[in-house]
Write a protein that binds this ligand. Structure first.
Ligand SMILES: Cc1ncc(COP(=O)(O)O)c(C=O)c1O
Length: 417
């Protein structure tokens, strides 16, 4: 971290770190599943619930509701600014990446073009909605081959055609770590007239994103992976796309007017982002999401990256002393992400056993990691790997966490011999 700000004092923002469960301290290496939550974001949410607690969206016009509406609009504007959107009208609040991906699958017009290309690194939250559409005969699904744990760009170019409607690409894999150079995938899709949906769930918590520089058509992420509450998320939609999408979920707040003429009802739907936010919204969660973004910006993404790079470099060094394990991916690339996955080549190694061991081996600690397929079945099936042990990091992660994990791994491997 030489020359860079030490961000670890921020650990006090994460009270869960100091806690004990069954008298054991948490060593949390599972931030890719969900990040521990930020105190200031939680306070924002609880302040909202206790001090405001009304609805926004111009349904009610009393002063309390107007105040909530002003705050909600300010959160939308702030989020638009944080991700480089040209307008706050391009921001749709969702419950997370899963809802966003389903919304895209169900709303996208597959009329003239009906082929969808998915990266092999897509999480099941993206794969499954499109898989179902393909089984219903509504689209033709193509999966980009995997090469060196990344989507193979040359193979991808061959899949693109005048029939390609949409390309879905994950910016940072939740299983193999590192990041994907998505700009070239986006440019190639656009050259063929296709649109691109980006899954930023694992990218945005520790990277500064800019949807305008990327020229993304749609992009989604989840608040809970960046210290904000569960049930918060964002779907960015480029303004020009709103005209062609057909919202899948309708309800209060999505109509301009409803009339009845000659006994027939006619609904005039809104044509903007509001039509994707049917019903009451998670106002308190969104206020907290804004707060967590503010904190990350205050820390500075350069500092965040430097901190995580330092930890990944250290983890790679320590893990490479274990002859029995194989770290997946290139070291240089791993440093750009926030995840390290490895497989164990000792045939006696059992992922289930190891997971239990990490909870039980010490009276002082338990180590939280994720073992398995990580809801990344496309990546698993295309790589031939059965399962991985995944260590994932956020701004509170430290080298001590790695030392404790490596100590546990050493003990476990020794117990097999
Ligand atoms: C890459 C990726 N995409 C999508 C998701 C789904 O996010 P959520 O469960 O927050 O909707 C995850 C969750 O782990 C993920 O890692």
């Amino acid at each position: 971290m030489s020359g860079k700000k030490n961000i670890l004092p921020l650990k006090k923002e994460f009270p869960a770190i100091g806690r004990k469960i069954s008298k054991k301290a948490i060593v949390y290496l599972d931030s890719a599943c969900t990040a521990l939550k930020m105190k200031s974001a939680a306070k924002e949410q609880s302040d909202f619930l206790l001090k405001l607690g009304a609805c926004a969206g111009k349904r009610s016009a009393h002063l309390l509701s107007r105040k909530v509406d002003i705050d909600f609009c300010s959160a939308r504007k702030a989020v638009a600014g944080f991700i480089g959107a040209k307008s706050q009208d391009e921001i749709v609040f969702t419950s997370g990446t899963t809802e966003a991906a389903n919304l895209v699958a169900m709303s996208f017009p597959f009329y003239c073009r009906n082929e969808v290309i998915l990266s092999p690194l897509e999480h099941n939250s993206v794969f499954l909605p499109f898989y179902r559409l393909s089984k219903q005969g509504k689209i033709k699904l193509k999966i980009i081959p995997l090469k060196d744990f990344k989507p193979d760009f040359n193979a991808y170019k061959k899949l693109l055609s005048a029939k390609t409607a949409l390309v879905c690409i994950t910016h940072a894999s939740n299983i193999f770590g590192g990041i994907v150079d998505i700009k070239k995938f986006i440019n190639a899709a656009h050259k063929k007239g296709a649109k691109v949906f980006i899954d930023d769930a694992q990218y945005i918590p520790t990277h500064k994103e800019n949807v305008s520089v990327l020229n993304a058509d749609m992009l989604a992420f989840s608040g809970h992976k960046m210290g904000a509450p569960f049930g918060t998320g964002v779907l960015y939609i480029k303004k020009s796309l709103f005209r062609s999408l057909n919202p899948s979920k309708l309800g209060g707040g999505t109509v301009k007017k409803i009339i009845r003429k000659d006994g027939v009802y006619k609904v005039d739907f809104l044509k903007n982002n509001a039509v994707y936010e049917a019903g009451i919204q998670n106002y308190s969660g969104i206020a907290a999401l804004k707060r967590s973004f503010e904190l990350l910006h205050k820390i500075g993404y350069q500092n965040i990256r430097a901190h995580i790079q330092d930890i990944i470099r250290y983890a790679c060094l320590k893990l490479s002393s274990f002859k029995e394990i194989k770290i997946l991916g290139e070291r240089e690339d791993l440093q750009n992400g926030s995840i390290i996955s490895f497989v164990c080549e000792n045939i006696q190694f059992s992922i289930i056993d190891f997971n239990i061991f990490l909870n039980e081996y010490s009276s002082k600690y338990f180590v939280a990691v994720r073992c398995g397929r990580h809801c990344a079945d496309l990546a698993i099936l295309n790589s031939g790997i059965k399962s991985t042990v995944r260590l994932s990091f956020f701004i509170y992660s430290s080298k001590r966490d790695i030392d404790i994990f490596c100590g546990a791994l050493k003990k476990y491997l020794k117990s097999l011999s």
